[in-house]
Design a protein around this ligand. Structure first.
Ligand code: PLP
Length: 487
């Protein structure tokens, strides 16, 4: 198969190209991308519908693009900006202007720092453990993996998808360094019982992290609007750290999250310093060392441009969209919403074996909509995830969804030979090169060459039939092939 980008286009040009040519190339490369504005892509992107706000963020980003956060004494503006962003976030999440925090590149990095701080604050005999509900973001398992910590996963309540405090308590050991809960968790948008979990952690003398990455900047505004939002932030006794992504419902460009700590000693445990080399002394608050101050400036500008009123309006319209989607889904036979989402995240499953949600997603894609597939896991059925903002035209979404459902019912579930699933489950992946794996993908009819609308239902159905460890192995191979010239 020819690669999508010919070698002549990937190699460094011998002589520099004119700006107009470079930008034209960039525009051409962007042609296959999903749109980042307009609300038809209900995952990954957050659109305020206010162009002036996004333009301002881009200008601020550019203003500090080349400033390096590596040395805050060389660029004092980054200290002022970070203190302002952290204080603004802390002020609405149970802290105040003196609450210690760190501005990071995203939820994963915020979580990495919270796990590192917890590990280093509480030396234990043997391998440290963190206790996480099964709905917690994989960033915790990733942090544990990177930091040499063991993640102990506790199943959630099968009806509500909320973390189960009793089961969490039972999972604590002398090696537990952190207990985690989500406000809310991503898959179904439900709030874990933060108060109960923080209390049981405190009773055991263990720190508790609240992952408010996705909903932390929606919940305060929804509460202001009169929604029932139980306490979930740093004001809850026992909560020792909290993560909140500004590049989600903060509507800032990507690269923006905040991790807050209940005390300064814990924040210092997140820092890293090294004077063990003959170069400049290294003192970092984040995983990254050299990094652009652009995302910080953009997040700061977005917060100031929108203000609390702006966020209240955006939260009201996004939650209104989610309410309307839930009501509309109830009218479509075969579909059902999972759980009771506290923020504008809605997970929709099918109760009809003839109606496959992965096929619905493909059918919606041909109609210009992107719905995010979520695989089945520990008894939670496969479903489609919708991250809504006020810009989504929910009537149009529901019409597309109803049409996609009809088409999917007609098409039926993808025909996946059971011997293919068995063969994949017993495949020796380590013995295959990327070219072998690309050949395998081609043999089973998976096309990645861009021309056809991707038929992901087949791939998702195959993955869905496999255990998580096999899914992970195949996904790593898939990514490797995607970035290789093996296709
Ligand atoms: C998105 C998300 C994360 C990870 O954030 P990234 O910014 O993608 O690294 C962590 N937790 C929850 C609940 C999330 O939704």
């Amino acid at each position: 198969m020819p690669s999508e980008t010919a070698p002549s286009e990937t190699a460094l040009p011998e002589s520099g190209r004119p700006a107009a040519e470079v930008l034209a190339e960039l525009a051409r490369l962007r042609e296959g991308d999903l749109p980042v504005r307009g609300g038809k892509v209900t995952a990954y992107v957050y659109d305020t519908g206010r162009d002036a706000v996004h333009d301002l963020a881009a200008t601020a980003h550019r203003e500090l693009l080349e400033v390096n956060c590596l040395d805050p004494t060389a660029f004092p503006s980054i200290v002022a900006l970070e203190r302002a962003v952290v204080a603004a976030v802390a002020g609405r999440l149970g802290g105040d202007a003196s609450t210690p925090g760190v501005f990071t590149s995203g939820g994963t990095e915020s979580i990495m720092l919270a796990v590192k701080a917890a590990r280093d604050a509480r030396p234990v005999e043997g391998r440290a453990q963190i206790v996480v509900p099964s709905t917690a973001h994989p960033a915790f398992r990733k942090a544990a993996h990177y930091l040499g910590v063991e993640a102990v996963t506790v199943p959630v309540d099968p009806e509500t998808f909320r973390a189960d405090p009793g089961a969490m308590r039972a999972a604590l050991t002398a090696r537990t360094v952190l207990v985690v809960c989500s406000a809310p968790s991503y898959p179904q948008g439900v709030l874990d019982p933060v108060g109960e979990i923080a209390a049981l952690a405190a009773a055991a003398g263990v720190p508790c992290h609240v992952d408010a990455c996705v909903g932390g900047w929606a919940l305060p505004w929804l509460r202001d609007l009169g929604r029932d939002v139980p306490p979930f932030d740093l004001s809850v006794p026992g909560v020792t750290s909290l993560s909140c992504d500004l590049h989600k419902y903060g509507y800032a460009p990507k690269g923006a999250s905040v991790v807050l700590f209940a005390d300064e000693a814990l924040r210092r445990r997140a820092y890293y310093a090294s004077a063990e080399w003959p170069g400049y002394t290294v003192i970092n608050s984040t995983v990254q060392s050299s990094r652009s101050a652009g995302p910080l400036a953009a997040a700061w500008a977005t917060l100031r441009a929108l203000g609390a009123d702006g966020y209240r309006e955006l939260a009201a319209s996004a939650m209104g969209a989610a309410d309307r989607l839930r009501a509309g889904v109830a009218e479509i036979p075969g579909l059902r919403v999972l759980g009771d989402p506290a923020v504008p995240l809605v997970a929709v499953t099918s109760d009809d074996p003839a109606l496959d949600v992965f096929v619905v997603a493909d059918e919606a894609r041909t109609r210009g909509w992107f719905f995010q597939p979520q695989l089945s896991y520990q008894g939670i059925p496969a479903n489609l995830h919708f991250t809504l903002t006020g810009v989504t035209d929910v009537e149009a979404l529901l019409a597309a969804l109803a049409e996609a459902v009809e088409a999917a019912r007609e098409a039926g579930p993808p025909d996946v030979p059971s011997d293919l699933v068995d063969a994949l489950a017993s495949l020796d992946l380590d013995g295959m090169t990327d070219a072998d794996f690309a050949g395998l993908l081609e043999a089973v009819g998976v096309r990645l060459d861009g021309d056809a609308e991707p038929e992901m239902a087949f791939v998702n159905t195959v993955l869905d039939a496999l255990p998580p460890a096999t899914r992970e192995g195949l996904l790593v191979r898939f990514l490797s092939v995607l970035y290789s010239d093996a296709l």
